[in-house]
Write a protein that binds this ligand. Structure first.
Ligand SMILES: N[C@@H](CCC(=O)N[C@@H](CS)C(=O)NCC(=O)O)C(=O)O
Length: 211
C-alpha cells in the first residue's frame, strides 16, 4: 500500500490526480501547510525538506519531488500509459514537467502566492508579486505554444499533464487569462475520471482556508 502525503490545493494535487489515473491503492495523510505540519519533527523525519508531495512506497522508501514521484508512478504502473516508451518521448515528458514545476511554479507562482515569504515591506511584496505574475504569464504563453493544437502536452495524456493541471488551477484562482488552448486542455483534464475521483481532496476545507 502507498502512503501519500498531501496538502489539498497545493502542487500535490497533481500527484493525487496521477494516483487516481493509475488506479493505485493508497491512503493519504493530510499535511496542513498553513498550520505548519510540514515543519513538525514527525514530518521532517519523513521528508527533511518539509514539502509536499511525498509518497511512501512499498518497502518503506519515501519519494519526494514532483517529477520523481510522477516518473516512479509511470514506471510502477506501466499499464496506465503515463509516459512514452521511447527515449525522446520520455525526455520530453521530464522536460515539460521540469519547466512546469521548476520554472512556472517555483519561479512564478511562489512569488505570486507568497510574496511575504521574501520581504516584510508591502511595496517590496507588490514588486515580488508582479515579477511572479510576469514569470507565470511567460510560462503560460510558452506552454500554450508547446501545446499548440494537441489535446495534451505530448499529444496523448502523460504525467506531464498532471503538472499542467495544478498550475492551470492556480492560474484560474489567481485571475490569469488562460490562452484558449490551455483553457480547453484544463476542461479536458477535468473531464477525466481521475479528476472526479480526486476532486473531494483538491481543495482546502473552507474552515481551514480562513486561517
Ligand atoms: N520541488 C518540490 C516543490 C514542492 C513544494 O514547493 N511544495 C510546496 C507546496 S506547493 C510546499 O510543500 N511548501 C511548504 C513550505 O514551503 O513550507 C517538488 O517538486 O515537489
Amino acid at each position: 500500500m502507498l502512503t501519500f502525503f498531501h496538502s489539498p490545493g497545493s502542487c500535490s494535487n497533481g500527484i493525487l490526480y496521477l494516483l487516481h489515473e493509475v488506479g493505485a491503492k493508497f491512503h493519504y495523510t493530510i499535511v496542513d501547510l498553513r498550520r505548519g505540519d510540514q515543519r513538525q519533527e514527525s514530518y521532517l523525519a519523513l521528508n527533511p525538506k518539509g514539502k509536499v508531495p511525498a509518497l511512501r512506497i512499498p518497502g518503506g522508501a519515501v519519494l519526494t519531488e514532483f517529477q520523481a514521484i510522477a516518473t516512479w508512478l509511470a514506471d510502477a504502473y506501466p499499464k496506465a500509459g503515463l509516459q512514452p516508451s521511447d527515449p525522446l518521448g520520455k525526455a520530453r515528458m521530464i522536460e515539460a514537467l521540469d519547466f512546469i514545476v521548476g520554472s512556472v511554479h517555483m519561479r512564478g507562482f511562489t512569488f505570486v502566492k507568497m510574496p511575504g515569504k521574501f520581504h516584510a515591506d508591502p511595496e517590496a511584496q507588490a514588486a515580488i508579486k508582479a515579477h511572479g505574475r510576469a514569470e507565470v504569464d511567460n510560462g503560460l504563453s510558452l506552454l500554450s505554444k508547446y501545446l499548440g493544437e494537441k489535446d495534451y502536452l505530448l499529444g496523448h495524456f502523460s504525467a506531464a499533464d498532471a503538472g499542467l493541471l495544478y498550475i492551470l488551477i492556480w492560474a484560474e484562482e489567481e485571475g490569469f487569462a488562460l490562452p484558449p488552448n490551455l483553457a480547453a486542455c484544463l476542461t479536458r483534464l477535468r473531464a477525466r475520471p481521475a479528476f472526479t475521483a480526486a476532486k473531494p481532496s483538491l481543495h482546502r476545507p473552507s474552515a481551514l482556508s480562513a486561517q
